[in-house]
Design a protein around this ligand. Structure first.
Ligand code: UDP
Ligand code: MG
Length: 321
């Protein structure tokens, strides 16, 4: 009886929660399970693996249930449809009860073996230790180049220090978890939100490997959305460009108006002005549409936040087991 109670108290304080978003990853799950379990068990026995099924069309959920039935460390959360990587991570983080929470991709591109290094650094007293990609193997030139450019642009136009070449692979403290959960924005950009929170943050470097099974779930469209979420959540720079363009062309327009009046009333020239009118109209039309578009990107996100819809719907889970 006493032994049982003791056992219970130790398992009740979870040292590490590992959050894994999974979307159509049935092929990876067996290896993921083994490598995650081995890596964490080398650190502690008091852990939970939180697998979030982001509306997979394959047997990802079936696999999750199979492993959960064998191993009580496994918690799963299953969405009613695909809500996206950031929402999947959010659901996992919200439901994590560990003293430290690890976020890791489920395709084994973030090696589970690195968790030990993250945890060691975390125990030196940091609230966030993120894993920085020293090397990116096996990704297309396009992906590497666009990612690199995006991180540099973002860094330059935001006032907070969002780390470059870093995904969501990291370990965070309970405090960070609580603040993050309280941030109610709908278009989430978690790595930015964590940077925004402050506290003592640091990083370790690792080599990112090629995806071995399955293929990337990020279409170009999803990548663009994500990049725009990051920029609009953390920078008003695009709006400032709109203002700048507005000012710049107003000044030019004013000069042109003066010239037009001058030629009509002083020079008495009848200007044959078709070309200039066309050029000005087209050009101003373009600039105006661009600016309206930029404003639209912000407004659509404000609209999302005002609607206060949840970021995800959980259809089933085993969190209470
Ligand atoms: N993922 C997800 N929902 C999505 C897209 C991706 O949960 O809508 C998961 C995916 O299963 C993987 C992780 O997020 O575990 C990273 O996705 P992926 O490897 O496709 O992204 P990439 O490494 O190509 O940036
Ligand atoms: Mg990947």
């Amino acid at each position: 009886m006493t032994a049982h109670l003791q056992n219970n108290t130790t398992t009740n304080t979870i040292a590490i929660s590992v959050v894994v978003p999974l979307y159509n990853e049935e092929a990876t799950i067996p290896e993921l399970y083994t490598r995650l379990t081995n890596s964490i068990q080398a650190i502690t026995n008091n852990y939970e693996l939180i697998w979030v099924n982001d509306g997979s069309a394959d047997d990802t959920l079936g696999q999750m249930k199979k492993y959960a039935a064998q191993d009580s460390h496994i918690k799963y959360i299953s969405f009613s449809r695909n809500f996206g990587h950031q929402s999947a991570i959010s659901a996992g983080i919200e439901n994590a009860i560990g003293n430290a929470v690890v976020i890791i991709d489920g395709d084994l591109q973030d090696p589970p073996e690195v968790i030990a290094d993250l945890y060691a650094k975390f125990n030196e007293g940091y609230h966030v230790v993120y894993a920085k990609r020293a090397k990116r193997d096996g990704e297309t030139w396009f992906k590497k180049y666009t990612a690199k450019t995006f991180y540099r642009v973002l860094k330059n136009i935001t006032s907070i220090d969002i780390p470059v070449d870093t995904g969501d692979f990291r370990i965070i403290s309970k405090e960070i978890k609580q603040h993050l959960t309280a941030m109610d924005e709908k278009n989430k950009f978690i790595r930015g939100q964590i940077a925004w929170l402050g506290y003592k943050q640091t990083f370790i470097e690792y080599d990112r490997h090629e995806r071995q099974l399955g293929e990337t779930k990020f279409t170009v469209r999803k990548m663009i959305r994500f990049a725009l979420d990051g920029i609009t959540s953390f920078s008003n720079f695009p709006l400032q460009i709109a203002t700048f363009l507005g000012f710049f062309f107003s000044v030019i327009a004013f000069l042109v108006i003066l010239y037009a009046l001058y030629s009509k009333f002083i020079l008495n020239e009848v200007v044959n002005g078709w070309t200039s009118i066309m050029v000005a109209t087209m050009f101003l039309g373009g600039v105006q549409l661009l600016c309206v578009g930029i404003i639209g990107e912000y407004i659509s996100r404000i609209a999302n936040d005002v609607k206060k819809r949840p970021s995800f719907i959980i259809e089933e889970n085993n969190l209470d087991n």
